[in-house]
Ligand binder design. Structure first.
Ligand code: IPM
Ligand code: MG
Length: 361
């Protein structure tokens, strides 16, 4: 099979980790007989430096023409980079939002799974971790506060900033359907997270999610308020299977969920449209503080490449091979600095990539 992949190395550690993921994909190609065709595009700070905008129309068109997109990370040190003090639509993050919207990637899947080898890096107490956890956060990605009307202006003599949170029923329905479909392949439980005690958008969210649930009698549905969910994640993470939520709540809760897995350097993600097209990226950011040092953990990006094979190309066997190889290097005790604990062997970005490549055969 020929896989037409657009890569977006981006900023910070992005280029280093995407390089390792491509190395792993190439190995999969050789072992299983597929051809990877890569087209690299610029997005984020590097695109601003070159073209003055975080995402050019040409780059977006190239991404549209691909079968799938593999992304590293974009952006610099927030508040302290040359890309911060500019108009919001010219910041690196605006490129990310534009590509999500432009490719209609409304469904963001963020798995949070505790590797038993990394349980020592989990900040929770043993009795809370119990037998571990394995959840998927389904975050709505192209609506809500991120995409509502926004402005800052003087009203009645006071500088006033406005952001608007809008959802229509179709936007809610399509992400709910994806969440229930995924739940059917997992432990058949959805916890839908909202703030229905305050927000209108949350009340509509609840109503539509219940309508969708009626089509999935095998899946259990529970509603949870977002503040309670933030608490439950650190009190009883094992209760979650599929967490369904809107854009901003999902942004925050997925960072929290990633932290309890021990390291944000382990978490992959997929952003999908209505069909098979997707953009795959680690859940972490561009980590400018360690960029270029060769110490970044490439595993989240490598696991994102595995998700790409699974969701965009239906190559389950190949995705399994990558996930197994990652599991194997962890079992053998290899760690990058972020997941290092005593008695393990510390390795850098390239070495970690090599070790994973060698275990795919
Ligand atoms: C994420 C990031 C982005 C988001 C930022 C960089 C705009 O935090 O993917 O979670 O908030 O969606
Ligand atoms: Mg985030």
């Amino acid at each position: 099979m020929k896989l037409n992949i657009v890569t977006i190395p981006g900023d910070g550690i992005g280029p280093e980790i995407v390089r390792e993921a491509c190395k792993v994909l190439d190995r999969v190609g050789r072992v299983y007989g597929h051809t990877m065709e890569y087209t690299e595009i610029l997005m984020g700070g590097c695109s601003i430096d070159r073209y003055g905008v975080p995402l050019t129309d040409e780059a977006l068109a190239a991404a549209k023409a691909a079968d799938a997109v593999l992304l590293g990370a974009v952006g610099g040190d927030v508040g302290n980079s040359r890309w911060y003090d500019v108009a919001p639509n010219l910041r690196p993050e605006a490129g990310l939002l534009a590509i999500r919207k432009g490719l209609n990637l409304f469904a963001n899947i963020r798995p949070a799974y505790l590797y038993k080898e990394l349980a020592g890096a989990c900040p929770l107490k043993k009795e809370i971790i119990g037998s571990g956890f394995d959840m998927v956060i389904m975050r709505e990605l192209t609506g809500g506060l991120y995409f509502g009307e926004r402005y800052t202006k003087e009203i009645d003599g006071l500088m006033t900033a406005v952001d608007t949170l809008t959802y229509n029923e179709n936007e809610i329905r399509r992400i709910a359907v994806k969440a229930f479909d995924i739940a059917m392949k997992r432990r058949k439980s959805v916890i839908s997270v909202d703030k229905a005690n305050v927000l209108d958008s949350s009340r509509l969210w609840r109503k539509v999610v219940e309508e969708v649930a009626a089509d999935y009698p095998e899946v259990s549905l529970k509603h949870m308020l977002v503040d309670n969910c933030a608490m439950q994640l650190v009190m009883n993470p094992g209760q979650f299977d599929v967490v369904l939520t809107e854009n901003m709540f999902g942004d925050i809760l997925s960072d929290e969920a990633s932290m309890i897995t021990g390291s944000i350097g382990m978490l992959s993600s997929a952003s999908l449209n209505e069909g098979k097209f997707g953009m795959y990226e680690p859940s972490h950011g561009s980590a400018p503080d360690i960029a270029g040092l060769g110490v970044a953990n490439p595993i989240a990006t490598i696991l994102s490449a595995a998700m790409m094979l699974r969701y965009s190309f239906d190559l389950d066997r190949e995705a399994d091979a990558i996930e197994k190889a990652v599991q194997q290097v962890l079992t053998e005790g290899y760690r990058t600095g972020d997941i290092y604990s005593e008695g393990c062997q510390k390795v850098g970005t390239v070495k970690m990539g090599d070790l994973i490549v060698e275990r795919i055969s």
